[in-house]
Design a protein around this ligand. Sequence first.
Ligand SMILES: CC(C)(COP(=O)(O)OP(=O)(O)OC[C@H]1O[C@@H](n2cnc3c(N)ncnc32)[C@H](O)[C@@H]1OP(=O)(O)O)[C@@H](O)C(=O)NCCC(=O)NCCS
Length: 402
Amino acid sequence: MASTTGFTVRSARADERDEIFRLSELSFGMRMGPAEREYVPKVFRTERALVAVDGDRIVGHANDLVMTVTVPGGGSVQASGVTSVVVAPTHRRRGILRAIYTELHARSEAAGLPLTIFTASEGTIYGRFGYGPSAVVDEISVRGRAAQFRSTTPDPGGVEVVSLAEAKIRVPQIYDRWRRLVPAAQAKPEARWQQRVFAPAVQQEGGSPLFFLVHPDGYAILRRAWSSEGKNTATVHELRAITPEAHAALWRVVLSLDLVDTIEAEISPHDPLPWLVTDPRLVRVTGRHDTLWTRVMDVPAALTARTYQRDLDVVVSIEDPFRAAGGSFALRVRDGVAECERTDRAPDAEFGIDVLGSLYFGAHRARVLAAANRIQVKDPAQLRALDEAFAADRDAELGWFF
Ligand SMILES: CC(C)(COP(=O)(O)OP(=O)(O)OC[C@H]1O[C@@H](n2cnc3c(N)ncnc32)[C@H](O)[C@@H]1OP(=O)(O)O)[C@@H](O)C(=O)NCCC(=O)NCCS
């Protein structure tokens, strides 16, 4: 893996962990607390990381974990979840990210992984590597105690405030049922629960400890904090509902907390929350951001793993600027189930592999991407078919940030 540009890419050693942490803290501008230092290497093994070295200094790093990710229809694929991509400020724009990415994706290709996924720090960097934004959330702010629920909104109850000890048992079990239904959601390693939710250091961060509201089919994790102006905010760290009843039951409790001025949360774009209350404007969207980026590594394997909303007979030409995953593919869908193989037939639709990543979990629609000239398709009927076929029953959601 030697390079002619003054750096070498190689596997990391366990004893290089602190140097990697220092580079990450500098690159992302954050402090890695005790929970991060203890649990990050248990989720992302240091020995699996790739580092760029210049002399005896580490000047670049990336790691990944093979994750089980749900696809539309409830199946799953194995995906490389890429994390902690950093290059030292002394060595930027010399091709170190590209060199590390080349190695990392060659490894995923050799392992036969159909997808790679990533949470991107900036929107302009990763399209060139074949990644497209593939899940989004709305940031919302709701005035405390202002919500009136509609008379038609279910009031099933069943929510309990549980202790940390009880949450440690019940919450991961509910998450695991939830993530199997939700496109893009990943299985969550035990060490990640510790690092981000259950570790004593996390309980001591911020204002109050984290509180756990548990329903048989959902949970909410939230923290409360007083500002210096005496305002109280409840921040929903995570709310997962398997059923509409669990969703309504949990939000009824969260929106009726006393002594709360503002409730802040992130919800997916088609979350039913605004429809539960008499004034949908109360659920004020204050921002929107992508949570996941996806790159398809193996087009037939990825496209046959998910199901589709209607029959399709289409030849797609996919351009891959980074690896050799592109080409022309015949995609045939009957009763939701796809067959996909390489073909010499003339394409009906042409697009980049980053666009395929954006379509894959159903978060973005083909007709919108075609309107932006990101998909070229001559026949409007083919566009409508693609648009409808790639939609999903549930919004794509990132299960856990990495
Ligand atoms: C983002 C980062 C990893 C880039 O590393 P780098 O070694 O400077 O990147 P490279 O020189 O290999 O650049 C690869 C390509 O990406 C482009 N690129 C790199 N950083 C970019 C940026 N911030 N914005 C737009 N394009 C960028 C380069 O122009 C180059 O394009 P090309 O190969 O098509 O000509 C580095 O700046 C960094 O560590 N930033 C802080 C942490 C961070 O944002 N990490 C991102 C992952 S979450």
